[in-house]
Design a protein around this ligand. Structure first.
Ligand SMILES: C[S@@+](CC[C@H](N)C(=O)[O-])C[C@H]1O[C@@H](n2cnc3c(N)ncnc32)[C@H](O)[C@@H]1O
Length: 219
């Protein structure tokens, strides 16, 4: 299993606190998941957190997707944020290859009003994505960085025109400015691939560790 080293101090702690205190509050359940994740998991920084979570929720509510796919569940925080934009009968598929993470996520989902909308798939994302026989209007890539470009190409086959693919950590604590290790190179490759893709319009937002938002404009 790959362990990620998440640093992510692109903005300083004081600014982050100020930003969070002037941003829509987390719901009660998200606040609990955030706090439990910090107490009980080895790498809690993997969780999207307050600002990014509220951004994902707002984005999902703006586009009201019927179907969402997420690569990288962890403790379920971002899935529950994205689910806030689903209609009553909407679906969110979330994939993770770590049994322990999924146990926690399943427990968290079971306490949520979105439990009927969320479908967990356990295993390697590269194997699971082709097995899900759905089209999506929103995808969130937030797993192993080396496979981001492959995930993008697979998801482009399943995203409707006018749908979106959001990828997390694309600034990788600023290391993309001088890519040396494999993860950083993979993220830089991802940014270059999506930017050059004529099928998408791309927006790299410096939220938290960087979100690349790709809007599919043609097949
Ligand atoms: C950054 S965390 C996801 C955080 C979550 N999206 C959130 O914001 O709360 C990345 C997750 O991807 C999972 N993962 C890593 N490589 C994977 C792979 N090849 N296939 C499926 N899941 C993978 C890890 O087990 C981990 O739970």
């Amino acid at each position: 299993m790959a362990f990620f080293i998440y640093k992510m101090n692109i903005i300083n702690n004081e600014i982050e606190e100020y930003v969070n205190s002037h941003t829509q509050k987390e719901t009660k359940i998200l606040k609990e998941i955030n706090s439990d994740t910090w107490k009980k998991t080895i790498n809690p920084r993997m969780l999207s957190g307050h600002l990014q979570g509220r951004f994902l929720s707002m984005f999902s509510q703006l586009i009201t997707p019927n179907s969402i796919i997420e690569i990288g569940t962890f403790t379920g925080y971002s899935a529950l944020c994205l689910a806030e934009g689903l209609p009553n009968n909407g679906k969110l598929y979330t994939i993770d290859n770590n049994e322990e993470h999924l146990k926690i996520a399943q427990h968290n989902f079971s306490k949520s009003e979105y439990k009927k909308n969320i479908f967990i798939r356990e295993g390697e994302a590269l194997e699971i994505i082709p097995e899900i026989n759905e089209n999506f209007q929103l995808a969130f890539i937030d797993a192993d960085k080396e496979n981001y470009c492959k995930y993008y190409e697979m998801l482009m086959q399943k995203i409707d025109v006018n749908g979106y693919i959001i990828a997390d950590n694309v600034l990788w604590s600023g290391k993309v400015l001088d890519p040396k290790d494999n993860e950083t190179k993979a993220l830089d490759d991802y940014n270059k691939l999506t930017y050059a893709d004529h099928r998408t319009e791309n927006y790299l937002l410096p939220i938290r560790d960087g979100l690349m938002i790709s809007k599919k404009i043609s097949d």
